[in-house]
Every structure is written in structure tokens, then in C-alpha cells.
Design a binder for this molecule. Structure first.
Ligand code: PBG
Length: 325
């Protein structure tokens, strides 16, 4: 094998045109999904303290934001709802007039070209803040499935294009698939949060979505950050249950998981660049310690290089604008 001076790696790094020719990974706007928080009983948009630039929005303020997203070419939004009333069973999660169901109808009427993906999980709607129903202090798996399926169905009936279960109950993809098919929604894809870890990186989100558990934590249903073989089992099960897209979440501390899932299966793969990953960059940038644009592009490119097809990110509008520069 020949080496220096015959081989000079710097030859193809000399200018941007050459670098472009040999570039292996691309970040494109059509692979970005932007999360939105919609709150009931709110008069004005409310900034999230721990997530600079991100707001909870009342329904009335959704239109303008959706037009901005559409004009930036962002193909999809992921919706989270903050209901006015919470109860033990999370009944607003599957109410026909729930905040998310209203938001979906409005978005589909006003900006129909943007795909609407909905987060299917009870934690924003339950008084105890857990992702399923509680009996004797524990989250009940099988009992929660019916509610999650009802929730997904109510989203699709309102016009959602995809549903994304994030609760981590066993069997929820199958339950949702069966319910959707029974109601003639066999064409609606399921994006499954397959390998969702019990992560400290969700901290800022819980302020944004008002979904912190009132007792205990989520470690009896979300995954242990130490495990990767278990992630592949979760992915296999979700595929067997009918998932169309699988997801790894969070992204940055789990790039190896993204890579292994990519090598393990042929399904489209999503990665969630979560709230804590966003807020850390924002905080350091606000202190002048890092270059926000450069670091954000590097992080999202890294997530793509690890193997993600699509990225859910609070940076989506910024990245869409930077890609146009
Ligand atoms: C709901 C849900 C959470 C996130 C997405 N869906 C929070 C959690 O599981 O505690 C986190 C998203 C983020 O941190 O950006 N279960």
C-alpha cells in the first residue's frame, strides 16, 4: 500500500468545491421535523425559560408559526399539547375537543401541506404526570394500551398524518395499528419511539410540556442508558408490531445506538435531538462560549452521519434558514 508522499489527504480539502464533491453526509431541510407546544387557556405565547426561542402557543397563534415553518420548507411538525385540565386517566388526551385535536384540524385547514405528526403519550394529560394509568403506585401496561390507541385514533380522525407513540408501554404499536386499521386508517404510518431512554436530557421539555412525574421517575418503562442490545430488541418488537419508522431518543449521547439500529434494520430511522441537547447549546452560545450555528450544524450532521434519516429538532427553523444562506 502506498502512502506519503504519493498519498496526500489534503488534496481533496483545498477548497469548498472539492470538499463538496467528497462530502459523505448531507443535512437537508426535507429531513427535519419541528416540535411545537400548544397550550389551552393561554392568552399570549409563553416563552419556555429553559428553552430560549421556544414557546408554548395558544391555538390562535399557531397559524403564523405554521406559515413560517411552511415557508422555510420544513416538511413536518410534531405536536405536543398542554391541556387546561388533567385527571387520573388523562381524558383530554383522547377528547374530540382536546387541545391537540383542535390544533390538528386548524393546521390541516390552514397549512395542509405541512405533515402533522402527533406525540402519543399520556404524561401531559395525567394529573400524576406518568405516561400510563396508575394503580397501586405502578404504571399499568395493558390498561394503558386502550387509552393510547384511543388517543392515536382521535388524532388521526382530526387529520393527523402520522402518529408517534412515546410512552414506552409494551405492545402499544400493535394496539395502535389494530385500532387505526379497524377504523379504515390503514394508510397512516406509525413513527415509534422505539429506543427511548430514561434521560436527564428531557429536563427542559418537562417545563415546556408541564409533564414532570409527580412521584417516582420513568425508569420502569423508559430504557436504561447503559443498554444497547435491549434497544435492538425494542426495535425488532416495534417492527413486528407494525412500526413504519423507528426512533432513537435522545440523540447525542446515543450516537452508537443510532448506528447500531441503522445497521440492524432497514426501516427509516428518526433521531430526536431533545430539549436538553438544544438548551445546552443555547446556554453556551448566549454566554459567547461557542458559535451556535457552527456547533448546531456539526451536531445535526453528526446525527445524520451516525445513521439517522430524519431528525426531530428545536433547531429546525434555524437550520432551514442557514441551509439557504
Ligand atoms: C413524552 C415525551 C417526552 C419527550 C418527548 N415526548 C418527555 C418524557 O418522556 O419525559 C422529551 C422531548 C424532549 O426532551 O425534547 N413522554
Amino acid at each position: 500500500m502506498s502512502s506519503f508522499p504519493t498519498i496526500r489527504m489534503r488534496r481533496t480539502r483545498q477548497n469548498e468545491r472539492l470538499r463538496g464533491l467528497v462530502r459523505e453526509t448531507h443535512l437537508n431541510v426535507e429531513q427535519l421535523i419541528y416540535p411545537l407546544f400548544i397550550a389551552e387557556d393561554l392568552a399570549e405565547p409563553r416563552p419556555i425559560n429553559a428553552m430560549p426561542g421556544i414557546m408554548q402557543r395558544p391555538l390562535e397563534y399557531l397559524g403564523r408559526e405554521m406559515e413560517r415553518i411552511a415557508s422555510l420548507g420544513i416538511p413536518a411538525v410534531l405536536l405536543f399539547g398542554i391541556p387546561a385540565e388533567k385527571d387520573e386517566g388523562g381524558s383530554q388526551a383522547y377528547a374530540e375537543q382536546g387541545i391537540i385535536q383542535q390544533a390538528i384540524r386548524r393546521i390541516k385547514a390552514e397549512t395542509p401541506d405541512v405533515l402533522v405528526i402527533t406525540d402519543v403519550c399520556l404524561c401531559e394529560y395525567t394529573s400524576h404526570g406518568h405516561c400510563g394509568v396508575i394503580h397501586n403506585g405502578t404504571v399499568q401496561n395493558d390498561e394503558s394500551l386502550k387509552l393510547l390507541a384511543d388517543m392515536a385514533l382521535s388524532h388521526v380522525e382530526a387529520g393527523a398524518d402520522l402518529v408517534a407513540p412515546s410512552d414506552m408501554m409494551d405492545g402499544r404499536v400493535a394496539a395502535i395499528r389494530r385500532t387505526l386499521d379497524e377504523h379504515n386508517f390503514s394508510a397512516i404510518p406509525i413513527m415509534a419511539y422505539s429506543a427511548k431512554y430514561a434521560s436527564g436530557f428531557y429536563g427542559p421539555f418537562r417545563e415546556a410540556a408541564g409533564s414532570a412525574p409527580q412521584f417516582g421517575d420513568r425508569r420502569s418503562y423508559q430504557m436504561d442508558p447503559a443498554n444497547v442490545r435491549e434497544a435492538l430488541r425494542e426495535v425488532d418488537l416495534d417492527i413486528a408490531e407494525g412500526a413504519d419508522i423507528v426512533m432513537v431518543k435522545p440523540a447525542l449521547a446515543y450516537l452508537d445506538v443510532i448506528r447500531q439500529v441503522r445497521d440492524h434494520c432497514d426501516l427509516p430511522l428518526a433521531a430526536y435531538n431533545v430539549s436538553g441537547e438544544y438548551s445546552m447549546i443555547k446556554a453556551a452560545a448566549q454566554n459567547g462560549w461557542i458559535d451556535e450555528q457552527r456547533i448546531t450544524m456539526e451536531v445535526l450532521t453528526g446525527i445524520r452521519r451516525a445513521g439517522a434519516d430524519m431528525i426531530i429538532s428545536y433547531f429546525a427553523p434555524d437550520v432551514a434558514a442557514w441551509l439557504r444562506e
